[in-house]
Design a protein around this ligand. Sequence first.
Ligand code: SF4
Length: 329
Amino acid sequence: MKKINFKVLYIEITHFCNQSCKHCYLDCSSEKELYPMNTQEIKKIITDFKNQGGWYVVLTGGEPFARKDIFEILDCIEENNLKFNVASNCLALNEEKIKKLGAYKCLDVIHTSILGSNEEEHNYISNSKGYNNVLRCLKLFEKYNIKVYIQITLAKEYIDKMEYIVDNLSEINGTIKFTPITNLGIKKDDYLYEKLVIKEEDYSRFYDKYNKLKEKYGELIEHSNLFTYEEVNKEIEYFKDKELYSLDYRCLVVRPDGEKSFSFVLNNPVSYGSALEGIEVDMDDRLIKYIDTLREVDKEILKIAKDKGMVNYDVLMNNLIEKAYANNN
Ligand code: SF4
């Protein structure tokens, strides 16, 4: 049977985290297992990925640098000559580790996050004392010539501070993306839902600020998760004739326990077995049905975007896929 060959491997090497952010949709914390897969298992997945034609690894968590074997894993990626990026909240990083990171030829970019416009706001959302660590690490990334991708996971009450946040970061060598806090991570707490979640009525205010920043800073600012009708339409047009539809990105997601899927969110209804037994995915009926579901879900998102003017693409995609599979079972 025909198999998909993957170009990008996104691997969550642990859900253990030294922060416990209020919005974390993966529910990561220090309660989670640090080594759900051992070093050899992760290295085998990386080597299998390379052997089937892969070229880029996204290494994430939880907090990857909480694992003591992180540099052994990164060495394996480098030895396989795979380009990679790795995410970190910076709490477990110091100059020695950052210098080591700067020496990897295959390192593309470090992902990190800022969760507010100052120490108090960031530390409130992250339940940590991490803000000054992030700023200290940004300087070290610059010193060791490492590109950064800063995700600013934004609470509703900080929308008016978007420009201030970027003005203070505009010298970085990299990219900034604003991601609205959604109800994916904050499901059960009414107070936090009201205070933090950027809801539909806030979308145009957020989008206007994003647009102004884009005009001012250009390439420094990446597109957020909020899409207008025209932008959803453009996405659909791009994928519509491709055999694998949006899976044409050929990105395989591997969860901490080795489960393979195409989804970055929990409660994913479609799993393709364990990557520990091989990372192939057959082009079988199940996968064809999944691709059809993606097409249908996109049509529905387009309708909603037409109706409402703007949507949070990722959240809607997640919710509608879950719904489609729940209805079919
Ligand atoms: S740093 Fe990232 S993985 Fe850790 S709790 Fe926060 S959002 Fe979750």
